[in-house]
Ligand binder design. Structure first.
Ligand code: PAF
Length: 279
């Protein structure tokens, strides 16, 4: 496994690859867990060369405290990536990616107006900029993103279409702990009590799913989720939404199979958790 921190050095290495080889990119911010490794393993199965980027992208954090709290574990990440089948780590410093603050502004239209877009102004601009930069630097054939960040997947899909990147986007299913908690780098910031409470997100998602499948309305399902969190000390529900799984726009009834997403964001202590269920 090779590791690069400079863009020219990575480009030089990539220029030596056989053009017939397929290249996969798994973009991450590090603090890797089994969810990331599942992306890398999938990429390994489907491609000749697997590149994992590790970069805590300051431009996508609208909250400086959140950026400061974000775990950085490069040594542990390196040790996990080789056995998972990664060929190349790209771990640039912030000034390598941004010698000056980017002037570019990306606006993802209605995707910016709901859920993560509404709650975290500027977040998807930062995600779009860094992902576009990574796509330009690596020029992968396939890029792998986890479904846990469903709205991010929609943003990247839009970026690929709008900028004509010849890249296949792979949305990989959310990997969960046995108790249902979606794997996330933020989980390590939970106290042991909070960790025990955290599966409430998945409990709420499955409850809403069952209600919707049982012909309850979207309004009733959302009200039930709100009531569930009102009963759980430590939690502050930020939103629960039932949406089109591709456009993330709210819906008032269940769509065709695979098209409906239930999305939740909640604060538990100092940690903000998101999760979703697509059905
Ligand atoms: O999902 C993440 O870890 C980040 O948003 C990404 C896609 C690596 C961009 O910084």
């Amino acid at each position: 496994m090779r590791q690069f921190t400079s863009i020219p050095a990575l480009r030089q290495h990539l220029s030596t690859l056989d053009p017939a080889q397929t290249v996969a990119l798994v973009p991450t911010m590090g603090a890797l867990h089994e969810g990331h490794l599942a992306l890398v393993e999938q990429a390994r199965e489907e491609n000749d060369v697997v590149i994992c980027s590790i970069f805590v992208n300051p431009v996508q954090f609208n909250n400086p405290a959140d950026l400061a709290l974000y775990p950085r574990t490069l040594d542990a990440d390196q040790a996990l990536l080789e056995p998972a089948g990664c060929d190349v780590i790209f771990a640039p410093a912030a000034d390598e990616m941004y010698p000056e603050p980017p002037a570019l502004m990306l606006n993802f239209g209605e995707l910016e107006t709901v859920m993560e877009g509404a709650m975290r102004p500027g977040h998807f601009n930062g995600v779009g900029i860094v992902v576009a930069k990574l796509f330009n630097i690596v020029q992968p054939h396939r890029a792998y993103f986890g479904q846990k960040d469903l709205q991010q997947v929609a943003v990247v899909r839009r970026l690929i279409r709008d900028l004509s990147f010849p890249i296949e986007l792979i949305r990989f299913p959310t990997v969960r702990e046995p108790d249902g908690l979606a794997l996330s780098s933020r989980n390590r910031n939970l106290t042991s009590t909070e960790r025990q409470q955290a599966p409430a997100l998945y409990e709420a998602l499955t409850m809403a799913h069952d209600l919707l499948r049982g012909a309850q309305s979207v309004t009733q399902a959302k009200a039930a989720v709100t009531a569930l969190f009102a009963d759980r000390p430590g939690f502050r529900l930020e939103y629960v939404e039932v949406a089109n799984a591709d456009t993330l726009q709210p819906v008032t009834e269940v769509l065709a199979p695979g098209q409906t997403a239930i999305c939740i964001a909640a604060h538990l202590g100092h940690v903000r958790l998101i999760d979703n269920l697509v059905f």
